[in-house]
Design a protein around this ligand. Structure first.
Ligand code: IMP
Length: 192
């Protein structure tokens, strides 16, 4: 088993990545498993910069391990790619999923075009060398929240090819085609 340290405090991300890697010889160790119970500050101006900041943080402390981190943004076409890098705090200073989704719904209330995408950047560092892997899923924003699975904006995101939100569709659909799964699949290809 190859150990991979995952620089995230978000247990939902850890669960999703573990699911994608379940049949492969990789063991994901989270920040929590390392006794780190705070978020690494995301001070970058892009998803790419934030992913690098987080993976470098762990790489400096655990130089012998494979390190990964990821940063995800919701990019809405009619809002010129917003919320983008500020996706986590779109609705206010707290990371509040309901406030965030309500802000998106309010911003789109007078717009025809509700299309957009989730974009994930995974940063991988091993022996001082970084690679990045992008995963995108296109879709559209629902008119209201629905469903209890997943996390974050899943109750308002309807992925392309479906009529229900990620939060309705559940874990197996997310595993098969989400932004995060696609980025992890590219990472695995590069590790192999
Ligand atoms: P971060 O990558 O942890 O900074 O997350 C940015 C924001 O996107 C947070 O509000 C997350 O809740 C949200 N987010 C990240 N991944 C997903 C996802 O897979 N589904 C829905 N929302 C997500």
């Amino acid at each position: 088993m190859q150990k991979i340290l995952f620089a995230t405090g978000n247990i939902n991300k850890v669960i999703e990545v573990r699911k994608v890697l379940a049949h492969l010889p990789y063991e994901i160790i989270s920040l929590k498993d390392l006794g780190i119970d705070y978020d690494i500050p995301e001070t970058g101006g892009t998803l790419e910069e934030n992913a690098t900041i987080k993976s470098k943080y762990l790489a400096e402390r655990y130089p012998d391990y494979h390190i990964i981190s990821e940063d995800t943004g919701l990019e809405i076409d009619a809002l010129d790619g917003a919320p983008g890098v500020i996706t986590a705090r779109y609705g206010g200073p707290e990371k509040d999923a309901i406030q965030n989704m309500n802000k998106v719904l309010a911003e789109l209330s007078n717009k025809e075009d509700r299309s957009g995408q989730f974009r994930t950047i995974i940063s991988h560092i091993y022996q001082g060398v970084e690679t990045q892997h992008e995963g995108i899923v296109r879709g559209r924003m629902a008119k209201e929240l629905s469903g209890n699975n997943g996390f974050g904006y899943d109750p308002i995101f309807i992925p392309e090819g479906y009529e229900k939100s990620f939060a309705n569709l559940g874990d197996d659909v997310k595993k098969s085609m989400s932004h995060r799964s696609r980025a992890v699949t590219k990472l695995v290809e590069s590790l192999e």
